[in-house]
Design a protein around this ligand. Structure first.
Ligand code: RB5
Length: 111
């Protein structure tokens, strides 16, 4: 499975930690940025990147993180066919795959 990752400036560390973790588990990971926490970037731009990549078939699933995970999930969900779920625990993460067919997991780097 190929997984696309993106974040805004508020969650660079979390994005990279998750990407490295899943890479270590054998998943093919694509980094859509950003990687500089000192340069502000609007989270809707980053949310859309991974959402559009899933739509285009570049990646199968996505992981999006911003400060809270709220903004970037709202942005990704504006793309038709995208079901981005903001999860704060393992139960919700598993349940949203099983019950909602979520294709993007969102989390907050400041949470
Ligand atoms: C950026 O400062 C912050 O607003 C953003 O990361 C996110 O939390 C929005 O939902």
């Amino acid at each position: 499975m190929k997984i696309g990752f993106a974040c805004d400036h508020a969650a660079v560390d979390l994005k990279n930690t998750l990407l490295e973790y899943l890479k270590g588990k054998g998943y093919e990971c694509v980094d859509y940025g950003v990687n500089d926490p000192t340069k502000r970037v609007d989270y809707p731009i980053m949310g859309r990147k991974v959402a559009e990549a899933i739509k285009a078939g570049e990646v199968d699933k996505g992981v999006l993180v911003c400060g809270t995970g709220v903004g970037i999930s709202l942005a990704a969900n504006k793309v038709p066919g995208i079901r981005a779920a903001l999860c704060t625990d393992c139960f919700c993460a598993e349940a949203t795959r099983l019950h909602n067919d979520a294709n993007i997991l969102c989390m907050g780097g400041r949470v």
